[in-house]
Design a protein around this ligand. Structure first.
Ligand code: GCO
Ligand code: MG
Length: 405
């Protein structure tokens, strides 16, 4: 017998950082969870869902996942964009969760079943200087990680996104009414980064997978030069070398270096990945299940990438909630060209609010075998941590002008 959506509620909670979660309830009493967190613009997605999407969901058949996706994507007229696609992504994840609970199956079974036993993951190591970075990498290796993203400070600067001088860890957003402003110096970074990554490679030996995130900061010429200089390091990938808007500039980077390139955490649809994939300008697509239209759309991106021998390596820092991480892992277990999942980990409180069936062990993640995505949200606990404004930093050059970060 078919079921009906009777409620779609948005929960905003901040157990250390902000998460927006969609809860869809059906007449038969099933609950589906979706992640709708858009770091620094959380309330825009919450309003989009509450004011414009939730009323349209009431009365629909939750089993019609694809039709609902098409209805929300085509029906809106104003397609794409992070707010729209994050909202659609949350609905899609929640409906797959419900389908799993209806059938008693983990979502990966509904996506065709496992094509691998576990999913390789990478985590973050950060240190202001080289010794601190090497300590941080060693600590990650002790936790069993086989792949590590290495970020360091830059001499002459006080802060570099993701690394703060004197601070042990970092959050990709600072709380407060306005973003922190950092000073950025590309030349200093370009002089320093190759030495740091070479030292990291020397220290860990050939096997550990090393990754590095440039965070959209370079011109195509600078990116090409850096890529060339890093070729001896044997990086698993070099991420977001240039700003993401103009895909054509990657042609220049690609002509000059064979360093594997990963791009796409800020992309929201397959359309933004199209030339990067079909021109083979990247090796890994970083699109995330939350910001790129959910499980249904991430699989379309994976399918296009697969025929060009490009793999998925989805975004998964601490601003992507445990709901999305679970959803991503169901895709990961059932998608042939899924290479690696970013996993930064969460504060203990986050694991209490979002209880999850997915697990980490010795460098690998697994979505677990609970029906659906395998998440339950402790709504009472969530309610104790209301939204707090928090923003990603912004960066200025030494002359005070804004730069990419
Ligand atoms: C990464 C990212 C993050 C993002 C952050 C933005 O590769 O993990 O670049 O650190 O900047 O998620 O909200
Ligand atoms: Mg990144």
């Amino acid at each position: 017998a078919s079921d009906t959506i009777v409620a779609a509620d948005v929960i905003i909670t901040s157990p250390g950082r902000n998460f927006v979660t969609l809860k869809i309830t059906t007449a038969q009493g099933l609950t589906g969870w979706g992640d709708a967190t858009l770091n620094g613009r959380e309330l825009a997605v919450a309003s989009y869902l509450r004011d414009h999407v939730a009323p349209l969901l009431i009365g629909r058949d939750p089993a019609r996942i694809e039709d609902t996706w098409q209805y929300l994507y085509r029906g809106v007229y104003w397609r794409r964009g992070p707010v729209t696609m994050t909202s659609i992504g949350a609905v899609d994840i929640a409906l797959w969760d419900i389908k799993g609970k209806t059938t008693g199956q983990p979502v990966y079974q509904l996506l065709g079943g496992a094509v691998r036993d576990r999913i390789l993951t990478y985590t973050h190591a950060t240190g202001w200087d080289v010794p601190q970075l090497l300590d941080s990498i060693d600590a990650r290796r002790e936790q069993g990680f086989l792949a590590v993203r290495a970020q360091s400070g830059v001499p002459g600067l006080d802060m570099v996104y993701g690394v703060t001088n004197g601070a042990a860890g970092y959050e990709p957003a600072g709380r407060g009414a306005a973003p922190v402003e950092e000073v950025w110096d590309t030349d200093a970074y370009l002089r320093h980064a190759p030495k740091v990554l070479a030292a990291a490679r020397d220290h860990v030996g050939p096997e550990l997978k090393l990754l590095h995130d440039v965070h959209h900061r370079l011109t195509p010429g600078q990116a090409a030069r850096l890529g060339k200089e890093l070729e001896g390091v044997g990086l698993f990938w070099l991420e977001d070398v240039t700003p993401a808007e103009n895909q054509q500039v990657l042609r220049h980077v690609r002509q000059h270096t064979t360093v594997p390139l990963a791009i796409g955490e800020v992309f929201n649809t397959v359309w933004e990945c199209q030339s990067l994939i079909t021109e083979q300008l990247i090796d890994f697509v970083r699109t995330c299940v939350t910001h790129a239209g959910g499980i249904s759309h991430l699989r379309r991106i994976a399918a296009l990438a697969e025929i060009w021998q490009i793999a998925l390596g989805p975004h998964g820092p601490s601003d992507v909630s445990p709901v999305a991480l679970g959803a991503s892992l169901h895709v990961g277990l059932s998608t042939p060209n899924f290479a690696i999942q970013e996993y930064m980990g969460y504060e203990p409180l986050v694991h209490e609010v979002f209880q999850h069936g997915w697990s980490y062990e010795n460098g690998y993640l697994h979505p677990g075998d609970l029906p659906g995505i395998g998440i339950e949200v402790d709504e009472k606990l969530a309610a104790r941590y209301p939204y707090e404004p928090a923003y990603l930093p912004v960066a200025r050059r030494r002359d005070g002008s804004m730069t990419d970060w």
